[in-house]
Write a protein that binds this ligand. Structure first.
Ligand code: DC
Length: 232
């Protein structure tokens, strides 16, 4: 694979609601690394496809349409900004509708292929914390430190429910739980790049841990792997 191996790559994979984004953001800030939220890329592409009238249930996505969609990422304080053509869609992509569509579109090989280069390009510019479903197993198999974080489904649904409440939405807990179960099932069972821990990933169950606990645990492990202390 033509990939610059100079930069340090940390991968954080796992299901929705496990705390990946918070932990990846904490780590990126503590280590002064860039952050790649790959789910946000899938969400941005899903938004573009929905706007173009493509249904997530369709068999495939036309190649010309995928080629015409311009997505770029810009570093932002504590994360990244998502640009679709020249529109900042960072907030717009956070709805449950877009998240569910992203999960469905992401099972299609042509969709995964369309986002591969843009993900790897981030790791050619800076040290990164990359979070998603297939970061350690597929996108960055050579990453120096890989983690898979998970939590009980009820705990993950509770976290997602609180997050939606904070955003001013009025979700039903049972609905959040069942949407999450459907999403897990799709992400785990798709033929291409299913959500599974890389062979060499450290698995962390965050059910009873705070994001701070998980961040500290990962930092300790990274310093062992790297053989040195990082700043921060
Ligand atoms: O992490 P998230 O909820 O923002 O991701 C939205 C969907 O995108 C997720 O349900 C599956 C898909 N996804 C993926 O297939 N591979 C990734 N590396 C990241 C996300």
């Amino acid at each position: 694979m033509a990939q610059d191996r100079t930069f340090f790559v940390i991968t954080i994979d796992g299901p929705a609601g496990a705390g990946k984004t918070t932990i990846a953001r904490n780590l990126a800030q503590r280590l002064d690394f860039c952050m790649l939220d790959s789910g946000a890329l899938y969400r941005t592409l899903a938004l573009a496809l929905l706007r173009a009238g493509v249904k997530p249930e369709n068999q495939s996505v036309p190649a010309e349409l995928l080629e015409s969609i311009e997505i770029s990422v810009e570093p932002d304080i504590g994360g990244m900004r998502l640009m679709l053509q020249s529109e900042d869609v960072s907030l717009r992509i956070r709805s449950e509708e877009v998240g569910n569509a992203a999960s469905k579109f992401s099972a299609k090989p042509e969709v995964r292929k369309a986002l591969l280069d843009i993900q790897r390009a981030v790791a050619r510019k800076c040290d990164i914390v990359a979070e998603g479903r297939d970061m350690g197993a597929v996108v960055f198999p050579f990453a120096q430190a890989k983690f898979f974080i998970t939590a009980d489904p009820e705990e993950r649904a509770k976290r997602r429910y609180s997050e939606l409440m904070r955003k001013g939405e009025k979700p039903f807990y049972e609905q959040v739980l069942s949407d999450m179960a459907a999403r897990d099932q799709r992400d785990e069972t798709r033929a291409l790049a299913p959500m599974i821990p890389a062979d060499d990933a450290t698995i962390i169950d965050t059910t009873t841990l705070t994001p701070q606990d998980v961040t500290e645990r990962i930092l300790e492990r990274i310093e062992v792997i790297a053989g040195r202390a990082f700043k921060g």
